[in-house]
Design a protein around this ligand. Structure first.
Ligand SMILES: O=CC(=O)O
Length: 313
């Protein structure tokens, strides 16, 4: 397979780069301006694109490679791939589901715990020397809270399972009711938020779920409510979130994702009731290796004309 051109859109994980380099003719696109010279020399040999949450395959990139057969994303999220375009051109698409589910769910619970028990804030209190002069105030418990989950897919279900172990009462919103889950279904996101003390966002980003957490949903969650987002930044109307936190209309937030990564609204930096992560929900060594291996196995299967392991299209 050494002669097959594979284009990686941005640096994502050194191990993945090394494994791709061993098997394919790897083009690291960040080292090559996508100019006419590069395309003239290489476009015909590039049969696969490997993208990620930062940089996937938009219509322009897809059109640049006329021999493109498959797009593999080093992520479960598909929002950086022009799926209709891939469908139209008969380009296969694969992602990395399942292997990352537990780590994202762990990160979500970690954020909920960090916000409710004020863990990051109390860590800063100790480091700054404030403990020698003052007492740290009270937090609120995580266990036993009513939890709402937006999207009861693989990750949402893993969050629910963990929250259940903490004695939380689970409700969810999803496109359809999952009768076997045993959790309370809320057809309306607004009702879910009104009945939750902590709202987790873990659905896929689509046109229907963009800004699904809007001003009304935030207000329904209320001044004691906590929002946890491990989905995508665009699930939440970020400027509404910032003003709700500044005005005390929302109790707190734990965010792994933002609308314009890596840029985060600076007003959030001043708020103690907010915990901010740099989109690291999947970033453990174990999961990253499993994701990379899945990308490789899918590409190898494709080029051997074998069934794809995790096909999207
Ligand atoms: O955000 C992470 C992913 O989509 O895998």
């Amino acid at each position: 397979m050494e002669s097959i051109g594979v284009a990686m859109t941005t640096p994502m994980f050194t191990y993945l780069e090394q494994q791709l380099e061993r098997r394919f003719n790897l083009f690291k696109l960040w080292n090559h301006p996508l100019d006419s010279h590069f395309l003239q020399e290489n476009a015909q040999s590039i049969r696969a694109v490997v993208g990620c949450t930062k940089s996937g395959a938009d219509a322009c990139l897809i059109d640049s490679f006329p021999a493109l057969e498959i797009v593999a994303t080093f992520s479960v999220g598909l929002d950086k791939i022009d799926l209709p375009k891939c469908m139209e051109k008969g380009i296969r698409v694969v992602n990395t589901p399942d292997v990352l589910t537990d780590d994202v769910a762990d990160a979500a619970i970690g954020l909920a715990m960090a916000v409710s028990r004020r863990i990051s804030e109390s860590d800063r209190f100790v480091r700054s020397g404030s403990w020698t002069k003052d007492r740290f105030g009270l937090a609120t418990r995580f266990n036993g809270k009513s939890v709402g989950i937006l999207g009861l897919g693989r990750i949402g279900s893993a969050i629910a399972k963990r929250a259940e172990a903490f004695g939380c009462l689970i409700g969810y919103s999803a496109r359809s009711e999952k009768h076997h889950s045993g959790y309370k279904y809320f057809p309306s996101v607004l009702d879910l938020a009104a009945n939750s003390q902590i709202l987790f966002v873990s659905c896929a980003l689509t046109e229907e779920t963009r800004h699904i957490v809007n001003r009304e949903v935030i207000n329904a969650l209320g001044p004691n409510g906590i929002l946890i987002n491990v989905g995508r930044g665009a699930h939440v109307d970020e400027s509404e979130l910032v003003s709700a936190l500044l005005e005390g209309r929302l109790g707190g937030a734990g965010l792994d994702v933002f609308e314009n990564e890596p840029h985060v609204p600076e007003q959030l930096f001043e708020l103690g009731n907010v915990v901010l992560l740099p989109h690291v929900g999947t970033d453990t060594i174990e999961t990253s290796i499993a994701m990379a291996n899945l990308v490789i196995s899918n590409l190898e299967a494709h080029f051997r004309n074998e069934p794809l392991i995790t096909p999207v299209i």
